[in-house]
Design a protein around this ligand. Structure first.
Ligand code: CA
Length: 270
């Protein structure tokens, strides 16, 4: 007797492998009485460990028609982002475990989402801009959710892809570089170049008017929108990333030329 206790299998004690992130943090999500008009297929992620703030931002995004996924944990957020394939990510810098900088870097390896980083201190933004984090925009807490949504909406107003039939007409070539604004593709010597949304939009703006010298502000108007207010050196950072990916540099200006005292213009590719 005194039989050994049956060894319990762990199968029934492990619990479901369910994700810990909540899909749709706001109670408005399933309500059809909110009057929200969901835009088809636009997805947003809110990665923020302050649950109330996450829910608030999520509810604003839902009101604007986004399908929202909220995550309170950096590492899980990266996993979730692979599945969600979001158009917009609102990312808190200070997260438990994996911080926002690392989340952004990892997400950037597979996503061209529009990433807005939330920071607690305005002086962090300068540091972040200096790092190659890959975010498109920054907001300092406390921030106005309306301002955040204005920036997201400005991003959404960026030129939509043109009709397929217009492809050949709109294709731009500069030496070895080809820019296709319809498919949002870039090729360098026949090889596809993976650009972020912001890098592509900057290049497309320059390529569309290759004789024009753009000021930083004009590029901001094109890419971030006319309502965007902030440090215009954000443009320089993204131009720097773009040049690196194109094997270009400031001195050479083969594809992106620095116009002293003004800003940037398209290079000839030679
Ligand atoms: Ca935080």
């Amino acid at each position: 007797m005194g039989g050994r206790e049956t060894e319990r299998t762990t199968a029934d004690t492990m619990g479901p492998m369910s994700e810990k992130y909540a899909v749709g943090a706001s109670p408005t999500r399933t309500s059809s009485a909110t009057g929200a008009k969901p835009r088809s297929g636009l997805r947003a992620m809110v990665i923020e460990d302050e649950t109330e703030l996450a829910a608030l931002v999520g509810s604003y995004l839902e009101r604007d028609g986004f399908e929202v996924t909220v995550s309170h944990d950096g590492a899980r957020a990266v996993t979730a982002a692979r599945e969600v394939d979001p158009d917009v990510i609102v990312l808190d810098l200070g997260l438990p475990g994996m911080d926002g900088v690392e989340v952004c870097r990892q997400v950037r390896t597979f996503s061209d989402a529009y990433v807005v980083i939330l920071t607690a201190r305005s002086d962090e933004v300068d540091t972040l801009i200096g790092l190659s984090v890959g975010a498109d925009d920054y907001m300092t807490k406390p921030f106005s959710p309306r301002e955040l949504m204005a920036r997201v909406q400005a991003m959404l107003r960026r030129p939509r892809p043109l009709r397929e039939a217009d492809t050949a007409e709109h294709m731009r070539t500069f030496g070895d570089l080809t820019v296709d604004p319809v498919g949002r593709d870039v090729w360098l010597a026949g090889e596809a170049v993976a650009l972020t949304r912001t890098e592509f939009d900057l290049l497309a703006a320059l390529a569309d008017q290759p004789r024009m010298a753009f000021s930083r502000r004009q590029l901001i108007d094109h890419v971030w929108g006319e309502t965007w207010v902030g440090d215009e050196h954000l443009v320089d950072v993204h131009i720097g990333h773009l040049r690196r990916k194109l094997g270009d540099d400031a001195a050479e200006g083969r594809f992106v030329r620095t116009v002293r005292g003004v800003g940037y213009r398209m290079g000839t590719g030679r």
